[in-house]
Design a protein around this ligand. Structure first.
Ligand SMILES: Cc1cc2nc3c(=O)[nH]c(=O)nc-3n(C[C@H](O)[C@H](O)[C@H](O)COP(=O)(O)OP(=O)(O)OC[C@H]3O[C@@H](n4cnc5c(N)ncnc54)[C@H](O)[C@@H]3O)c2cc1C
Length: 374
């Protein structure tokens, strides 16, 4: 441990880190409603992740991590971690998932020096954001003088993530990945986010005028490189799965508490919700293996994860509908855990281009068998 209480690496085994994360889940769930009310950043939860070494866990083992998101053998551990965080607080899961993605991209495309620098930052406890969506009125570009001009929005962890991987156009043309030390909280404007859920992910617009990137990662277009670009969606699905599991658990708990669990209609709903949840779990486990594989046919990998993404979305939408019917107005009462989970899940499910995702996967597998899980 250093003087801030940070561990200098993801110590211990993935199994023990997962056990420690599982112990955090109830506390995260307890803190989530208050954080949602005030739309505050989950500082305590991220501090706890940091103190456990979870922010360093995405690094490859030789750099002090557990390969979560950077090694095929880290897939199972990362899936459990994302699921646990989703169970605790979907906003925390979203922040961690972006952190993993940013480090993964640096490890995948960065030079050894760049990887070493980001690894040290992760071990020092920095939380990375992944800000790739341009604010429509001010797309981000790197000027000839090496300084950025423009904004990103929406950015999870706006004003709180201390480093970020962003995409920007370079003077030479093409979109590149850059690492930045994020500007102060005064450059984050959260007034425009205003969505009904995921409020403590602290999404907002971040103005990056005048920021000098610390690194340019990879070549133009690497961010969109397949299958990584599509396959990364499995991590969002894993967090979603955790939230879905928390909602099904809460639904069962409330039915028992209100002595409505013996009713045959409610039992049918619980059965259908459990089937949807387990369907999602099978798909996420399969997508994790494909998404983290370092070999295999790129289109098979991307299309398999695309199918998983839509399968999980569909299962989750089913669970939202079932939970509303099962709990009635209680599912809409502010301050209730179910109400928060319904809002957060409905918001988090809105990921880019779902029609295209399904259509592309269907086109790929139209005349080709869907691969079996290795
Ligand atoms: C909680 C949360 C946190 C986020 N954090 C970040 C972040 O930190 N950094 C970041 O960069 N981004 C972030 N995002 C934004 C994210 O990357 C996407 O921009 C966003 O999720 C897109 O959702 P959408 O429903 O608007 O997608 P859309 O792609 O607009 O889809 C909406 C609907 O339109 C359809 N559609 C899409 N394109 C077309 C078209 N051309 N013609 C006709 N129909 C079309 C889709 O199939 C779908 O039915 C976040 C999103 C969420 C929900």
């Amino acid at each position: 441990m250093d003087t801030h209480g940070f561990r200098d690496s993801a110590e211990g085994s993935p199994r023990s880190l997962l056990a420690e994360l599982a112990q955090l889940t109830p506390g995260m769930q307890q803190r989530a409603p208050q954080l949602d009310r005030t739309a505050d950043f989950p500082t305590e939860d991220i501090d706890l992740l940091r103190s456990l070494g979870a922010l360093a866990a995405p690094l490859p083992p030789e750099l002090g991590g557990m390969g979560w998101g950077t090694r095929p053998e880290g897939a199972a551990g990362l899936m459990q971690a994302l699921r646990l965080l989703g169970q605790g607080n979907l906003s925390v899961g979203r922040l961690y998932e972006a952190h993993v993605n940013a480090l993964r991209l640096v490890v995948r495309f960065g030079t050894p020096d760049q990887v070493g620098a980001s690894a040290r930052d992760a071990m020092d406890g920095h939380l990375f954001g992944l800000w790739v969506t341009d604010a429509p009125q001010a797309p981000l570009r790197l000027q000839d003088n090496g300084i950025l001009c423009g904004s990103k929005a929406p950015c999870s962890g706006a004003g709180y993530a201390t480093q970020a991987l962003v995409t920007a156009r370079l003077p030479s043309g093409g979109s590149h990945m850059l690492i930045i030390r994020t500007p102060g909280r005064e450059c984050a404007d959260r007034t425009g986010w205003g969505t009904q859920g995921m409020r403590s992910a602290c999404n907002g617009l971040v103005e990056l005028d005048g920021v000098r990137p610390t690194a340019i990662i990879g070549a133009a277009g690497d961010y969109l490189c397949q299958p990584d670009f599509s396959a990364g969606a499995w991590r969002t699905s894993a967090v979603t799965l955790g939230g879905m599991e928390a909602l099904v658990t809460e639904m069962r708990r409330q039915l028992v508490k209100r002595e409505r669990h013996g009713d045959p209609h409610q039992r049918e709903r619980v059965g259908k919700a459990l089937i949807a949840q387990e369907t999602a779990r099978f798909w996420v486990a399969r997508a994790a293996i494909f998404g983290e594989a370092h070999d295999g046919d790129a289109k098979d990998i991307a299309s398999t994860v695309n199918l998983a993404r839509i399968a999980v979305e569909t299962a989750c939408l089913d669970v939202l509908r079932i939970a509303q019917r099962a709990l009635g107005l209680a599912a809409f009462r502010q301050g209730e855990l179910a109400e928060l989970l319904l809002r957060d899940l409905a918001t988090y499910l809105r990921q880019p281009a779902p029609d295209e995702t399904l259509a592309e996967a269907a086109a790929h597998f139209m005349q080709r068998a869907v691969p079996e899980t290795p």
